[in-house]
Design a protein around this ligand. Structure first.
Ligand code: HEC
Ligand code: HEC
Ligand code: HEC
Ligand code: HEC
Ligand code: HEC
Ligand code: HEC
Ligand code: HEC
Ligand code: HEC
Ligand code: HEC
Ligand code: HEC
Ligand code: HEC
Ligand code: HEC
Ligand code: HEC
Length: 354
């Protein structure tokens, strides 16, 4: 009898305790880490921020012991909101296991890439676009999300693609000034247009005329001066093609008479005023001025060519008067035929040295 009673009591007790454990035996944590002798219910003031705070518990449970730290809003909700069945192991850590993907799989299932547990607002939209290789600049920064994300719901972000053409094909086709299709322009808009710009129009000085840098006298906003009739194709790059008349009209010096080549680049840059700052030929052909003793000793061509418009005429003595004529004469003491005349200086010193 005694045996039977103790067996019954044992069965009864173990049956009760089994019936009383809704967490299943898989839970290896001591009941007393969460429950107090007051009863199975756990009043909400006895736990906060994922920790049991009932002072009568000896070894209080903290959610940090699990693989899922409670942060943000998750700290303020009830255990049962996540552990409805009270079988704790059933809860999965992935956000999507508890939260509905309102984006309908258009941005993947890694919600934490954009969201925190504080709230659903996304504060890194700017960075998000940078990461996608499409920084929102210029007009794109002030456009409405919906102008680009045109899916049926505001929360679907179906892939669009970063190519300008994806969104601007109609504008490309509608162009008239110039007609892009007829001109055979590339559909890679950034070749000519600035994504950071506020319009399709061009601002000279930007990086958008690299095929023929518009420097110096070419820094003009009048595109038609070079691109006649709105035709941007087949524009010549040879200086002479556009400046033939200027060449023919030269008087100082008269280029044709001087037999100057029509390769303007030899002597000119695009710097305004047609100064011949690159006239390196001067050294071999006439007199070293970019090399030798006179390199760096003059500022204006007119210091030698003192008669305006006549490069045949030159003066040495206007400059060499700092050498007292008397001193100069002394230096030429033993030089027969010495004269204080520029033409004579040049004849004896054709390279400007001894
Ligand atoms: C990690 C903390 C934790 C541990 C450990 C724990 N429980 Fe619980 N238990 C809870 C929570 C939370 C509830 C829900 C309380 C509420 O809703 O007020 C609960 C509820 C219960 C209930 C009431 C069920 C219901 O439907 O209301 C019983 C019975 C229970 N636990 C038994 C046990 C037993 C037995 C053990 C030890 C084997 C145990 N619990 C271990 C947290 C725990
Ligand atoms: C925001 C949801 C959320 C809330 C609120 C929450 N938990 Fe959890 N809990 C989880 C997730 C998810 C896991 C699973 C982590 C993992 O993968 O191991 C977990 C794991 C556990 C585990 C470990 C189970 C095991 O043995 O592996 C226990 C115990 C637990 N929670 C108890 C609680 C208690 C008690 C509360 C209330 C005080 C609570 N949880 C509140 C989400 C939550
Ligand atoms: C085990 C279930 C569970 C998991 C996993 C989980 N949550 Fe929650 N979360 C909840 C519950 C339950 C609530 C409170 C009810 C609600 O607002 O949906 C909540 C609330 C939130 C809220 C507050 C919503 C509001 O309106 O205030 C945010 C934000 C949130 N969770 C983000 C996340 C993120 C991000 C992840 C992944 C890192 C995540 N959750 C993982 C269950 C979970
Ligand atoms: C690539 C970024 C991104 C990812 C990944 C992402 N979301 Fe969002 N989510 C957003 C944006 C953007 C919004 C709009 C909120 C805003 O304008 O601040 C949003 C809004 C929400 C909202 C609030 C909706 C409303 O009506 O206010 C919920 C809920 C949400 N997301 C859930 C999720 C869940 C669940 C996941 C994972 C399955 C997820 N999101 C993944 C970007 C993302
Ligand atoms: C000028 C066009 C444009 C505007 C305006 C714009 N986006 Fe985007 N967005 C894009 C492009 C392009 C991508 C790159 C991904 C793709 O191909 O869809 C993108 C990507 C995204 C993604 C997905 C990121 C990912 O990693 O999966 C989200 C979310 C997003 N945008 C939200 C927004 C929100 C919210 C706004 C308004 C505040 C906004 N976007 C405004 C063009 C735009
Ligand atoms: C995801 C769609 C999308 C993509 C991709 C896109 N844009 Fe836009 N773009 C817009 C929207 C929307 C606007 C503002 C509304 C408008 O003016 O059409 C805009 C405006 C512009 C404007 C100003 C137009 C005006 O009339 O003032 C320029 C310039 C521009 N985009 C250039 C580009 C370039 C260059 C690219 C490629 C690098 C590009 N866009 C890619 C959607 C896009
Ligand atoms: C080879 C250079 C080049 C390329 C490539 C190019 N454009 Fe243009 N686009 C121009 C020029 C030049 C203008 C006239 C600018 C001005 O008047 O300031 C122009 C003007 C425009 C205009 C306004 C003029 C009108 O008639 O409406 C739009 C819109 C335009 N482009 C759209 C595009 C789009 C979209 C792309 C890419 C799909 C593109 N362009 C590619 C050179 C180019
Ligand atoms: C000083 C002369 C000059 C001016 C001014 C000028 N361009 Fe050009 N442009 C050229 C030359 C030369 C080429 C041809 C480059 C080549 O083929 O290598 C060219 C080429 C182009 C092209 C490329 C055409 C193609 O088929 O690839 C475009 C577009 C263009 N210019 C637009 C403009 C616009 C817009 C303006 C006014 C804002 C302008 N240009 C002002 C000389 C000029
Ligand atoms: C061998 C050198 C050389 C070459 C080649 C050359 N020039 Fe000149 N050019 C000069 C010199 C020297 C001047 C006078 C510079 C000064 O006054 O500073 C000049 C001045 C000019 C002037 C202003 C003087 C005037 O009489 O109007 C124009 C215009 C001019 N050049 C156009 C051209 C053009 C166009 C080409 C090419 C088709 C060209 N040049 C090729 C050397 C050259
Ligand atoms: C497609 C036609 C075109 C080509 C090619 C071209 N130019 Fe010009 N250039 C112009 C136009 C248009 C102007 C501005 C109007 C003017 O002064 O004639 C100009 C202006 C200049 C000026 C400024 C003249 C002044 O009065 O200040 C210089 C210098 C010049 N170009 C040099 C060159 C040189 C050097 C080359 C060859 C590398 C060259 N250009 C090629 C069209 C062209
Ligand atoms: C240090 C003196 C000096 C300077 C500075 C100088 N020249 Fe000369 N240049 C000469 C001399 C000397 C001759 C040779 C005259 C002769 O052979 O009749 C000459 C010849 C020329 C001729 C040929 C004239 C002809 O029709 O035969 C041209 C053109 C010319 N120079 C242009 C320039 C230009 C442009 C500059 C400024 C960039 C310049 N020179 C600076 C000394 C100078
Ligand atoms: C712009 C002023 C200037 C003009 C014009 C000028 N010179 Fe000079 N010349 C100098 C200066 C300064 C030196 C001294 C350079 C040095 O010591 O290295 C110099 C040095 C010389 C020397 C001495 C070289 C030596 O080895 O010490 C001779 C020779 C000479 N010049 C001849 C000429 C002749 C010939 C002309 C006319 C065609 C001329 N110079 C026009 C400024 C000028
Ligand atoms: C008939 C030839 C002749 C004429 C003309 C001539 N020189 Fe000389 N010059 C020489 C000779 C030779 C020397 C070298 C004398 C010596 O080293 O003793 C010299 C020396 C010089 C020196 C000094 C060089 C040094 O090493 O210090 C200068 C400066 C100079 N000449 C400038 C001129 C100027 C300026 C003129 C015109 C006013 C001129 N010469 C006319 C032949 C001439």
């Amino acid at each position: 009898m005694k045996n039977l009673r103790s067996i019954l009591i044992f069965l009864c007790c173990s049956a009760t305790s089994f019936a009383q454990n809704p967490h299943t035996p898989a839970l290896k944590i001591d009941c007393a880490s969460c429950h107090s002798p007051e009863g199975w219910a756990i009043a909400s003031q006895y736990w906060e921020n994922g920790e049991m705070v009932n002072p009568s518990l000896e070894n209080p449970f903290s959610h940090d012991q699990t693989n899922f730290e409670l942060t943000g809003r998750h700290n303020q909700i009830d255990c049962r909101d996540c552990h409805e069945t009270l079988v704790f192991q059933q809860a999965q850590p992935a956000c999507i296991s508890c939260h509905t993907d309102l984006h309908q799989m258009t941005v993947g299932d890694d919600c934490a890439r954009c969201h925190s547990t504080q709230h659903w607002l996304v504060d890194n939209i700017t960075q998000l676009h940078v990461d996608n290789g499409f920084p929102l600049l210029g007009n794109h920064a002030i456009a409405d999300c919906r102008d680009c994300h045109t899916s049926e719901t505001d929360l679907r972000f179906d892939r669009i693609g970063n190519e300008c053409l994806e969104c601007h094909l109609d504008e490309y086709r509608a162009t008239t000034m110039p007609d892009h299709t007829a001109s055979g322009f590339s559909t890679d808009c950034v070749m000519c247009h600035d994504m950071t710009g506020l319009s399709w129009l061009w601002e000279i000085g930007g990086a958008n005329h690299l095929f023929f840098p518009l420097t110096g006298g070419h820094q003009i906003n009048d595109c038609a001066a070079c691109h006649t009739n709105g035709n941007f194709s087949n524009t010549p790059t040879d200086c002479f093609a556009c400046h033939q008349d200027d060449y023919a009209a030269t008087t100082s010096p008269n280029h044709q008479a001087a037999g100057f080549p029509t390769d303007c680049n030899l002597c000119h840059t695009t710097g305004p005023g047609w100064q011949a700052t690159d006239f390196k030929q001067h050294d071999q052909q006439y007199f070293p001025i970019f090399s030798g003793k006179h390199n760096g000793e003059w500022n204006e061509c007119s210091e030698c060519h003192t008669t305006p418009g006549n490069f045949k005429a030159f003066s040495c003595i206007d400059c060499h008067e700092h050498n007292d004529p008397q001193d100069l004469a002394k230096e030429h003491d033993d030089v027969s035929g010495y004269q204080y005349v520029s033409q004579a200086c040049y004849e004896c010193h054709p390279k400007g040295d001894e």
